[in-house]
Design a protein around this ligand. Structure first.
Ligand code: 13P
Length: 254
């Protein structure tokens, strides 16, 4: 199966018109590469307009998601956005526990778990991000930390839960640095994450993603990964010539 591409715009761009122009490039990419699945994760404030653009375009291989959601379903939580709101806004996916979000809000593993449960309750497909918080380089992988991030985030799941779900491995030191983890390391971690998921009875429906400096150059090597079902892309999401090359390389994958 072709690898799925997720584009995290982070806190970009600055205006609705720029967001709309950028999204137009994704729509044309989706039309040009109908066999590739694309998910764009813009800031909350652009979701409504981009959803209208998406509906008008008629493309079916491009979906929208959000970059975070509240731990609660509704109520007196100033500044928070619930899963139900996102769902009603046309979102199908939501990022949970991105390292930047974990750090900005000092999120505990239990709070990540609450967000995950909210995403399921709202019918959103979660993309749970895990990575080495403590390591600054790749030389030693902190497996106990990865294991804790996965197992605590995935506790108390509804037993009947069988839906699609993604686990994104993003080593913190690789995000926005132009340095990617090597393929053997990513394969090793991908294998480890699958084993952790198997222990929880969740191996079947979970796709493993890699994120961290995926761009038009690094994709040439990364596309060869066997254990990885897709990529979570940050900076290159803002540059049409880069994300179009990434999609082309993935489309050519054998
Ligand atoms: P970069 O692709 O800019 O390294 O960002 C990765 C990321 O954080 C995606 O969520």
């Amino acid at each position: 199966m072709l690898k799925k591409l997720f584009f995290n715009w982070k806190m970009n761009p600055a205006s609705p018109s720029e967001a709309s122009s950028l999204f137009t490039e994704f729509i044309s990419l989706a039309q040009f590469q109908p066999q590739i699945s694309l998910v764009v994760l813009p800031p909350y404030v652009y979701l409504s307009e981009l959803n209208q653009q998406l509906q008008t375009s008629g493309v079916t291989n491009l979906k929208l998601g959000a970059q975070d959601l509240a731990r609660y379903s509704a109520g007196a939580y100033t500044g928070q956005i619930s899963g139900q709101m996102l769902k009603n806004m046309g979102c199908q996916y939501v990022l949970i526990g991105h390292s930047e979000t974990r750090e900005a809000y000092q999120l505990s593993h239990e709070q990540i778990n609450q967000k995950l449960l909210q995403s399921l309750e709202s019918g959103l497909v979660p993309i749970l991000c895990v990575g080495h918080q403590s390591d600054k380089t790749i030389t030693e992988i902190n497996y106990p930390e990865l294991s804790e991030q996965v197992t605590t985030a995935l506790q108390n799941l509804p037993t009947e839960w069988q839906t699609e779900f993604y686990l994104a491995y993003e080593p913190v030191w690789a995000i926005g640095t132009g340095k990617t983890a090597t393929n053997p390391i990513i394969e090793e971690v991908g294998q480890f994450l699958k084993q952790e998921l198997a222990k929880l009875g969740l191996a079947k429906q979970v796709g493993i993603l890699y994120g961290g400096s995926v761009d038009d150059v690094s994709i040439q090597e990364l596309v060869k990964l066997q254990q990885i079902d897709g990529f979570l892309i940050g900076g290159a999401s803002l540059k049409p010539e880069k994300f179009k090359t990434i999609a082309q390389v993935v489309a050519n994958q054998v």
